[in-house]
Design a protein around this ligand. Structure first.
Ligand code: FAD
Length: 391
């Protein structure tokens, strides 16, 4: 570790205090740039390279400091804005993302457009200086909490489908936005149907260019797939359902007690720990089959970490992470025996493993299915013939 690690460690040692309210800590992190060091200077970051940002992350962990907001705004929206702009939207939206004050969600999928995302039919029509949006989205993680969303909408039905889409920032706290939660099999209701009826969007809330929404959305999906591989590991829950007024210490205690979502376990870096805890408590690690599975899971994690450091194509990391989740789920059930079948208050360790296990299958679907990632890898990495395209 070099000078950046030492500087970051000194800053965290001097400034971290887990009796602070979460919101105060996040504001302190944003103002210093140490929360998102890879973000540009002037936009709550320090402009560090990914390898340097990893040193900051290591320093933060070594000090035991709570991370910056882990929500969709911080992990996906801000990095996409830095690539596609415009600068005015970076200035308008990034500050409240960095402090965790404004929560975002991602309005991409529709009942008739998931893998074939370019087939979406939600339409935005020009109206004076702005736009009016009508349509329906589905599986929108965190829409019930979010104040704002990124939205893919069709703005030109006359051109080939990939070219007629625009990427917007939308205020969700307005008439015409109806959010209906969907309960998943973990028992949580974290994704939603979102109905948009005559929803208004400002003319200057276009991310990238009008008609250039496909490129901006693909940037965001690539970031999301990379992140799945590395593990979302900031402070708070991935969906950022955080009361900013509670102390950092209380927030951490609640997470350890098992209040996190299945989404957080499956996407987070902690999943290996959760399964390791189950193994340590219930299993005989000398049992040959279990030993073999433990070794395989360990090797799998090392490959995933190594790939993340080499910046392999995002689709590869995403497929490997979905596989790791399945491996850990199966290992957990084998190691945990009958207690691993229990749920709710009866489950061991606050039910962390049960949420992870039940959410695992979702990891092969969220952010683009395994099959679609394999198509991308086949065509763009291995150079195999393209699959037939629909017009
Ligand atoms: C936990 C979770 C969170 C999500 N959060 C969000 C969110 O916040 N915002 C959002 O917009 N969406 C979200 N989604 C939706 C997700 O992006 C879609 O479910 C996904 O893209 C697949 O679309 P679909 O469900 O319509 O399946 P379909 O596209 O209908 O696919 C059905 C099956 O067909 C297969 N298939 C489809 N096309 C091909 C092909 N060309 N080749 C081979 N196989 C193919 C798929 O792999 C799949 O097995 C979330 C999903 C999950 C599970």
């Amino acid at each position: 570790m070099g000078r950046i690690y030492e500087d970051a460690k000194a800053w965290f040692e001097a400034n971290y205090d887990d009796s602070l309210p979460v919101g105060t800590w996040w504001s302190r992190l944003a103002a210093s740039g140490w929360g998102f060091p890879q973000w540009p200077r002037g936009a709550d970051g320090l402009g560090l390279a990914p390898s340097e940002a990893a040193e900051v992350d290591a320093a933060r962990r070594d000090v035991g400091a709570f991370g910056p907001p882990a929500g969709i705004g911080a992990t996906l929206v801000a990095p996409t804005l830095f690539v596609h702009g415009p600068e005015a939207l970076v200035r308008r939206y990034v500050p409240a993302i960095a402090t965790g004050e404004e929560l975002w969600c991602q309005l991409f999928s529709e009942p008739g457009a998931g893998s074939d995302l370019a087939g979406l039919t939600t339409a935005a029509e020009r109206d004076g200086d702005g736009w009016v949006v009508n349509g329906q989205k589905v599986w929108t993680s965190g829409a019930h909490l979010a104040g704002r969303a990124v939205l893919m909408a069709r703005t030109d039905p006359e051109v080939p489908k990939h070219r007629g889409i625009t990427f917007f920032a939308v205020d969700l706290r307005q008439p015409g936005v109806e959010v209906r939660p969907l309960r998943d099999m973990t028992g949580d209701a974290e994704f939603n149907e979102v109905f948009l009826t005559d929803v208004r969007v400002r003319g200057d809330d276009v991310i990238g260019d009008v008609g250039g929404g496909w490129a901006a959305a693909m940037t965001m999906l690539a970031i999301e797939r990379d992140l799945d591989a590395i593990g979302h590991d900031g402070g708070g829950d991935v969906l950022n359902d955080v009361d900013r007024s509670v102390s950092v210490a209380e927030m951490r205690a609640a997470q350890l007690a098992g209040s996190s979502s299945g989404f957080s376990y499956a996407t987070g870096a902690r999943k290996d720990e959760v399964v390791a805890g189950l193994v340590a408590r219930f299993a005989d690690r000398t049992e040959p089959v279990l030993r073999q599975e433990l070794a395989a899971a360990h090797a799998h994690r090392r490959v995933l970490d190594w790939d993340a450091a080499r910046a392999v194509p995002p689709s590869l990391g995403k497929v490997l992470n979905a596989e790791l989740c399945r491996r850990l789920r199966d290992l957990g059930f084998r190691a945990g025996g009958l207690p691993s079948q229990l749920s709710g208050e009866d489950a061991p360790d606050g039910g962390h493993f049960q949420k992870l296990a039940l959410f695992t299958q979702g990891m092969s679907v969220a952010g683009g299915t395994d099959e679609v990632q394999r198509n991308i890898l086949g065509e763009r990495v291995l150079g195999l013939p393209r699959e037939p395209r629909q017009p």
